[in-house]
Ligand binder design. Structure first.
Ligand code: CMP
Length: 514
């Protein structure tokens, strides 16, 4: 057969058109959907292979092979099939890469593969039928082959079927936190054979779908209609010398007042008495974890808060009973501790400017009136509007003074208080509610001096009232400017008068002469 006729026989007009159309579509799609480029590349290669196959078929005809010769039919049929597969891939890239994403209809990888597989088989059967193959025979043989393959690939098929079931049942989906046996993590992908979990600790776990199907899967933190959350517990031990309700309140109040990041504010954290053990009672801080990927980090933050809350309430975390006996018997150790604490208090007081003029005796007396009140990073030391009347003396860490800006819920930072500062003088000296919220920027070491202790020292040193009122007025001015966006210069002009007024008020509150 002449080459021209052979080419015309191999490339029907439809096929001739389909090549440029396909290549143009692939080029356009590659630009529109970069994510689908791999599939489009495959489509391009298949189209190229189809063209080579058709040329080969034409060559066979020029060599004298008839249209019904078996070898020609197979060659031609395979070439046509490659062309069909190229078209299917280009169509799939359009559907999966452009149309479905635009409609926000996500399709799982398994379903995509399944649709493609059905289309491939359909194309193969159509082409085979077209080339005159005996379809009944093919189907019968393929059923046999399928049975043999299925038998020899039992495990793989178990995984594949598992994957399909997981998809169809949607028991869990990518993004869910699940626990399978010992393993726990966020589901990244459910594929034909396996499901991948990201443990959040730098590992990816690949679990065969069949083992997921066989075992129990816990989808963590997914209760119907609620945002993901997980109930956690952080146990701690306390000696029996304190009332359980006192311990529970100290911990629960601190955690509720400022839940650490990752802990749900609603429902709020709580604390329970878990057990009566030998030498100590076992408690647990309980909370709903919102950030499921930070189990350990959040638990650690909760422990830090528990530690500080207990320290503020003067409650001791218990240590193993053997060490109790040793330390309690050791009076030297007790004495050394007491001395160290006294030194720390004296240093804290000596670090505050306004106490510089006090005698050693006065500082010692004052030190005896202090109560240790440490705060963990993120905790509020005091809150705007609270009715409290004690003074805090900061000896370590840093605290941020914040107020609500006029008319808004947003906080505005007014000042930073460092070691050597005091706070709370306003409410203490004027009897007004707290003027600002003060939050620990990092762990803050501070002591609390209550009203009676403060009154004592003022009675001995009335000049202190003046020094404090000067600072107080200055701070008030800053607060006012921050709240109202006031012109600071205008406020400063009234500073002198304001201090005079305030001082006489303080004198009368604390019954000071002068
Ligand atoms: P009090 O009003 O009792 O409680 C909040 C405390 O924040 C307040 O006392 C001051 O001690 C402190 N405070 C308020 N404004 C400032 C400021 N401008 N600079 C430093 N500390 C401040």
């Amino acid at each position: 057969m002449p080459l021209r006729d052979a080419l015309a026989a191999a490339f029907t007009p439809t096929m001739l058109w389909s090549f440029p159309l396909l290549l143009a579509a692939i080029a356009a799609l590659s630009a529109a959907a970069p994510a689908a480029r791999r599939r489009l590349g495959a489509a391009g290669l298949l189209a190229l292979a189809a063209a080579v196959g058709l040329l080969l078929a034409a060559a066979l005809r020029t060599l004298g092979l008839q249209a019904d010769a078996g070898f020609y039919r197979i060659t031609h049929g395979l070439a046509v099939l490659l062309l069909a597969l190229a078209a299917i891939n280009a169509a799939a890239a359009t559907a999966f890469g452009v149309i479905l994403p635009a409609l926000r209809l996500p399709l799982s990888p398994i379903l995509r593969d399944l649709i493609l597989a059905v289309l491939y088989v359909g194309a193969a059967l159509t082409v085979a039928g077209h080339e005159g193959a005996n379809l009944t025979g093919i189907l019968a043989t393929s059923a046999m082959v399928t049975a043999v393959v299925a038998f020899s690939l039992q495990d793989t098929l178990g995984n594949v079927i598992g994957g399909m079931v997981l998809h169809l049942e949607s028991s869990f989906a990518p993004g869910d936190w699940i626990r399978v046996g010992e393993e726990e993590g966020v589901v990244r992908e459910i594929r034909w054979r396996q499901t991948t979990l990201d443990t959040g600790s730098g590992n990816i776990i690949v679990i065969p779908n069949s083992s997921i199907m066989k075992g129990t899967v816990t989808v963590l933190g997914r209760a119907a209609g609620l945002p993901p959350r997980r109930l956690m517990r952080v146990p701690f031990n306390v000696y029996y010398d304190r009332q359980p309700n006192e311990v529970i309140a100290a911990v629960a109040d601190a955690l509720r007042a400022d839940p650490p990041a990752g802990v749900a504010a609603d429902p709020p954290p709580w604390c329970v008495l878990v057990d009566f053990a030998e030498g100590h009672a076992v408690y647990a801080a309980r909370y709903w974890l919102r950030d499921l990927g930070r189990v350990e980090a959040v638990a650690s933050e909760v422990r830090v808060r528990v530690y500080h809350a207990l320290a503020r309430a003067g409650i001791k975390i218990s240590i193993p009973s053997r060490s109790i006996v040793v330390t309690q018997q050791d009076a030297d150790v007790q004495e050394r501790r007491r001395r160290l604490e006294l030194e720390r208090r004296l240093a804290a007081l000596r670090g505050v400017d306004i106490f510089q003029s006090l005698t050693d005796e006065e500082v010692r007396t004052l030190a005896g009136r202090l109560k240790a009140t440490p705060f963990a990073r993120g905790e509020a030391i005091t809150r705007e509007g609270a009715a409290e009347d004690w003074l805090f003396i900061v000896y370590a860490g840093e605290a941020d003074v914040r107020v609500h800006a006029a008319g808004g819920p947003a906080f505005q930072s007014v000042a930073r208080l460092k070691a050597g500062s005091f706070l709370g003088e306003m409410a203490l000296m004027t009897g007004e509610p707290r003027s600002a919220t003060v939050v620990a920027v990092n762990d803050v070491g501070c002591y609390r001096l209550d009203r009676a202790g403060f009154k004592d020292i003022l009675a001995r040193r009335p000049q202190l009232a003046e020094a404090i009122s000067l600072i107080l007025v200055q701070r008030r001015l800053e607060l006012k400017s921050a709240r109202e966006g006031l012109d600071e210069e205008a406020g400063r002009r009234n500073l002198g008068r304001a201090q005079g007024d305030l001082l006489s008020r303080i004198r009368s509150i604390f019954s000071l002469g002068g």
